[in-house]
Design a protein around this ligand. Structure first.
Ligand code: C5P
Length: 230
């Protein structure tokens, strides 16, 4: 069985402010995207990596990743206006068979711990799918109009990435979503609607998505403190 990775990085990342999308911000001499790619480059079980970026960033990303010595990157391809289009383009660029596994990982999560990735790969090999997520820790409150309720936090998870599925299942689910005119925000929701089963794998608070200026500050502080990918 072979294992490929798609790293969607074609988003515009407006929430961070500034001109540069978050995944292209340099932190400690390396872009956030390159840091995310590095986690998979260093894992012996990963065979191929595809990065998906906006058209204007294709060349620059190819150069950066080549200079970074990432030998598993087989392609840098253009993304779409929606995340699922970007991921679909990335999956198409991997030279994998239908039974091989594809891990989709947000470019904006540069501190994915190596051991979380290994557990997710184990689970996907056992069950055909794995989604890394974090159990809700705080009390949850739902507020809709004037109505307030407190759902049981034991039932809730924050969905992270990687999300790992068989290539064939992913492609069939993309086709079904397109037929139905759906625009899934991540693969877990799409695969659930498709009827696929997958394991939930406990993630890490370090695997946060760099979204706001505070997240960027946190990332810089963690790197300065010597935290990389435990
Ligand atoms: O917007 P959000 O933070 O949920 O995006 C998650 C990941 O998907 C980011 O790494 C972003 O660059 C990527 N993305 C993409 N193509 C889009 C939108 C988002 O590759 N059209």
């Amino acid at each position: 069985m072979r294992r490929g990775v798609v790293i969607p990085a074609a988003g515009v990342g407006k929430r961070l402010g500034g001109e540069t999308p978050k995944q292209f911000v340099e932190v400690g001499g390396e872009t956030i995207l390159a840091r995310a790619v590095g986690v998979f480059e260093r894992n012996d079980r990963i065979d191929e990596i595809v990065a998906v970026v906006s058209r204007s960033r294709v060349e620059e990303t190819q150069t950066t990743l080549r200079r970074g010595g990432f030998r598993k990157v087989v392609a840098v391809v253009e993304g779409g206006s929606e995340r699922h289009e970007s991921v679909r383009n990335g999956v198409a660029a991997l030279s994998l068979a239908d039974d091989d596994l594809v891990a989709v990982h947000d470019a904006a999560r540069p501190l994915l711990p190596a051991e979380t990735l290994d557990r997710a790969l184990d689970a996907a090999e056992d069950t055909g799918g794995a989604v890394v997520c974090l159990r809700a820790r705080d009390t949850l409150m739902k507020s809709v109009g004037a109505e307030i309720s407190h759902p049981n936090r034991r039932d809730f998870f924050y969905v992270q990435t990687p999300q790992i599925f068989r290539r064939g299942d992913l492609l069939r689910a993309f086709a079904q979503a397109a037929e139905r005119g759906e625009t899934p925000t991540d693969e877990s929701s799409m695969m659930n609607a498709f009827g696929a089963t997958f394991a939930l794998v406990e993630g890490s608070p370090l695997n946060f998505k760099v979204t706001s200026p505070e997240d960027l500050l946190l990332l810089r502080a963690l790197l300065a403190y010597g935290v990389t990918n435990p």
